[in-house]
Design a protein around this ligand. Structure first.
Ligand SMILES: [Zn+2]
Length: 363
């Protein structure tokens, strides 16, 4: 018996080289279910829904039952619950007024240990979800302050690959602080591109900030081409927004994200890579009807012609409000270390899941 446990310990001591965190913003259980029906006219047909290890994650914050993306992502990447609006700072932060403890993110742990790191999103790359990986701020709206931290890293040489949108709000916000992101990038021998196509193969650490419309699969491919060259491994976060204020847009996004995750899972070595999927919070979407063979979103176009986007979407099969909601969100995992994902758990546990997979200890 003792021999067996020693053997098991020895086997499990081998660590994951890479972790990829897939974040469907607002992709709760009801949205995942609806995306499968919307995409495949069948429940549980998403690729994700074939993953062997599943859990339900509580998303409450240090002060509220319902989380925003800032508190939600901070918990996932630092293991600490904070307040809504706060980017990877502790619960001693007063939003917009006073900094709290600067929390160390899983991306920073990776940087400190010489791994390569990346953050990809289809939204503003200085907004809450991506920002919580590479920056600390007492208010998520401080885009300039957040983005400039890329050039002043606390660990390693800072986040290596950054791809997202929000060029104008980020540059405007930096300008208000008297900062010039392009100058700062130059000082670090880096370039901020305004199109994915502009990135030369020779740039191993590209920063891409578009005005709008990020091609997430293309960005992910470019990032993986570069990150997979890292001898020590990598941490990559990929966010694809799944808010369903516009149900078609949100569900299409999640179906496409799932396809991308399938592609990536087919390319990486799952013996040395952990793939982790979750959402930062759930969303006010309910399937209240519908039948096989009929589009889930039947009646949506007619509804849009008669109503404003601010109203609760009411079509035969769905009711969709505009609020985040407080129930648990899905966590799914495959690959090295994925067996840790089971049962009901707090979102802060996901930080430990990633840290354990890498075989690191918390500071
Ligand atoms: Zn969110």
């Amino acid at each position: 018996m003792k021999f067996l446990s020693v053997l098991l310990l020895a086997l499990s001591a081998a660590s994951a080289k890479n972790v990829i965190l897939f974040l469907a913003d607002a992709g709760g259980v009801p949205t995942l279910n609806a995306a499968s029906i919307h995409g495949y006219d069948e429940a549980q047909k998403l690729y994700l829904q074939s993953w062997p290890h599943v859990a339900l994650s509580d998303t409450s914050t240090a002060s509220n039952w319902v989380s925003d993306s800032a508190a939600g992502m901070t918990a996932i990447v630092t293991g600490v619950k904070t307040h809504n609006g706060v980017i990877s700072m502790g619960a001693d932060t007063v939003r917009g007024k006073q900094d709290g403890a600067r929390l160390k993110t899983i991306l920073e742990y990776a940087e400190q240990r010489g791994l390569s790191t990346g953050v990809i999103t289809n939204v503003n790359v200085a907004d809450a979800t991506p920002a919580s990986c590479y920056a600390q701020a007492n208010d998520r709206r401080k885009f300039g302050e957040i983005f400039m931290q890329i050039f002043n890293p606390r660990f390693g040489d800072g986040v290596d690959i950054v791809m997202g949108i929000g060029r104008k709000p980020i540059f405007d916000s930096a300008k208000e602080l008297g900062k010039d992101p392009e100058e700062a990038a130059k000082g670090r021998a880096r370039t901020i591109y305004s199109a994915l196509a502009d990135v030369p193969a020779s740039d191993a650490r590209p920063i891409v900030v578009l005005e709008k419309d990020m091609d997430v699969p293309q960005a992910a491919q470019m990032a993986l081409d570069r990150l997979s060259k890292s001898r020590k491994g990598y941490f990559l976060m990929i966010e694809w927004d799944a808010h369903t204020d516009d149900p078609k847009k949100g569900l299409d996004n999640l179906v496409a994200f799932d396809r991308l995750i399938r592609d990536i899972a087919g390319k990486v070595n799952l013996k040395e890579t952990l793939l982790l999927f979750t959402a930062d919070h759930s969303f006010e979407l309910r399937t209240v009807g519908g039948r096989r063979g009929e589009p889930l979103l039947k009646g949506l176009e007619e509804w849009k012609q008669k109503n404003t986007p601010k109203e609760v979407v009411t079509i035969p099969a769905m009711r969709v409000g505009h609020s985040h909601t407080g129930e648990e969100v899905p966590v799914a995992a495959i690959g090295h270390g994925s067996q840790q994902v089971r049962g009901f758990l707090p979102n802060t546990k996901l930080f430990e899941v990633m840290l354990n997979a890498f075989g690191w200890r918390k500071d």
